[in-house]
Write a protein that binds this ligand. Structure first.
Ligand code: BES
Ligand code: ZN
Ligand code: ZN
Length: 488
């Protein structure tokens, strides 16, 4: 795992910090914090001169380097003061980490930019530093290709905020790794092993159903998708009971497709390699449960991950096949590449039947169409409960992980009705494909259970680089949003 591990808080004067770099922030109105002013004085006004000459403007993500004896001083632009908040702090933290790595500086220190060291601000800053320091280097064997950030020190931060940011960002990096590893490493078995580690750390109950078991239980969706591969599929159930047993749990369901070839409705070769990321929904769920295991909040959560590959082996399921999902509904398969909704059908039915959840959230790289609709900018969301959707939007505001609601109107729900079975696994050709996915899933959520579906196909990887997200590969997006939503 290549991201900074040693994070600490210091109350020493900035001149006594041993790190090779100290960073301060500058707003675009050219104001500095008290510490910033002190640093500028120690530099005999060099920062002011740079501002006056127009070399330094305080624009977001801008950087300029100065020298104070044997220490580097990095000035980071914070943008507009009026818009300043956690997201700007995450960006600034990420900018420091990335700048340090690019210059092969191994230890860094910084003020809490903007000067307000609340728990929320300190958390966001640490998240930015850790997430920005992330690199996926596991397959690099040349020493020259490997340089990692060793240590980050925050000057006068909030201990609570730093601690929480550290736990959460560590988890996001760990899940990015799981997602970046290829399909021959991150298998369903690997996801079950990850769940086992989480269960041990968090005192959770883990149940893993094997192919024969979940098939006998009536999970016709997962059984069908898994029929084309010899890699053992798993139906993973993690239960965290941190509150009284009579308190309703929150249920999380994640698509754990560890490689999606499309099956017999095979995908084009170009970019098929990216389908190792088709387990990123499971990544969100495992990430949340990891953080829950570490923080142990007073609440109940059930996490379910149906996991398999989608290949075209001799026993593979076929277009035209009719399946029966765990809730008894029949599904006409018209495209074996719309497999995510088939395995989620069983996952959603399972949590609805066994847990009486307070609400259900599902996460899936479900449709290419969501990239057409929203690009790599926002996750598409749909659901049945306006109040829950509002809470999701508020959490999204707080964590900077954008979501956009799509309508789940009756007209769309009609599009997944089948002529010969209850539902079919595709909607109307070339129309509202993301909504058709949501409309299909809705059939498998118990009546009256509030539910939100997150289509993360555009945001789980391939997004434009931000200061705290990597240039390429998995983003680990939505773990932070869900933790915020459930109040962890
Ligand atoms: N895993 C894919 C969705 C996907 C495609 C994510 C491209 C990211 C990039 C999913 O299983 C799939 O193939 N969906 C089909 C559905 C269609 C057949 C109704 C799709 O989007 O083409
Ligand atoms: Zn597919
Ligand atoms: Zn898929």
């Amino acid at each position: 795992m290549a991201h900074v591990k040693a994070i600490s808080n210091s109350t020493e004067p900035w001149t006594s910090l041993s790190a090779n770099l100290f960073a301060i922030g500058l707003f675009d109105d050219h104001s500095l914090t008290d510490v910033g002013v002190e640093v500028d004085q120690a530099l005999n006004g060099q920062i002011r001169h740079a501002i006056e000459l127009g070399d330094l403007k305080g624009k977001a993500d801008e950087t300029a380097l100065f020298y104070y004896h044997d220490k580097r001083i990095l000035v980071v632009g914070l943008g507009e003061k009026e818009k300043f908040g956690p997201e700007a702090l995450r960006r600034a933290g990420g900018t420091v980490a990335k700048t340090a790595i690019s210059k092969k500086i191994g230890t860094i220190s910084m003020e809490v930019f903007g000067g307000n060291n609340s728990a929320v601000n300190s958390q966001a800053l640490v998240e930015g530093v850790i997430l920005g320091s992330y690199q996926f280097l596991d397959y690099k064997t040349r020493e020259d290709d490997i340089f990692t950030l060793e240590e980050a020190v925050i000057l006068n931060g909030s201990e609570d905020g730093i601690g929480k940011g550290h736990i959460i960002a560590d988890v996001v990096c760990r899940i990015r790794d799981l997602e970046n590893h290829p399909g021959n490493v991150t298998t369903p078995t690997k996801l079950a092993e990850e769940a086992k580690q989480i269960a041990e750390e968090g005192g959770m109950k883990l149940t893993v159903y094997e192919r024969e078991e979940f098939t006998a239980m009536g999970m016709g969706g997962l059984a069908a998708v898994a029929s084309g591969t010899e890699e053992p599929p798993k139906f993973i159930v993690l239960e965290y009971w941190g509150d009284r047993q009579d308190q309703k749990p929150v249920a999380l369901v994640g698509k754990g497709l560890t490689f999606d070839s499309g099956g017999l409705s095979i995908k084009p070769a170009s970019k098929m390699d990216e389908m190792k990321f088709d387990m990123c929904g499971a990544g969100v769920v495992l990430g949340v449960m990891h953080a829950v295991a570490a923080i142990k909040p007073k609440m109940n959560i059930v996490a379910v991950i149906p996991s398999t590959e989608n290949l075209s082996g001799g026993k593979a399921y076929k277009p035209g096949d009719i399946l029966k999902a765990y809730n008894g509904k029949t599904i006409e398969v018209l495209n074996t590449d719309a497999e995510g909704r088939l395995i989620l059908a069983d996952g959603l039915s399972y949590v609805s039947k066994h847990y009486d959840p307070e609400y259900v959230l599902d996460f899936a790289t479900l449709t290419g169409a969501v990239i057409t609709a929203l690009g790599h900018v926002a996750t598409g969301i749909m659901g049945t409960d306006p109040a829950l959707i509002e809470r999701v939007k508020a959490a999204s505001e707080a964590t900077g992980e954008k979501v956009w609601e799509l309508p789940l109107w009756e007209e769309y729900c009609e599009q997944v009705k089948s002529k010969i079975a209850d539902v079919k696994n595709i909607g109307a050709p070339r129309q509202a494909g993301t909504i058709a996915g949501g409309a299909f899933l809705k059939e498998f959520v118990g009546e009256d259970i509030p539910w939100v579906h997150f289509d993360i196909a555009g945001t789980a990887w391939g997004s434009k680089e931000k200061p705290y997200t990597p240039k390429r590969g998995a983003t680990g997006e939505l773990i932070r949003l869900v933790l915020n939503l459930i109040g962890v």
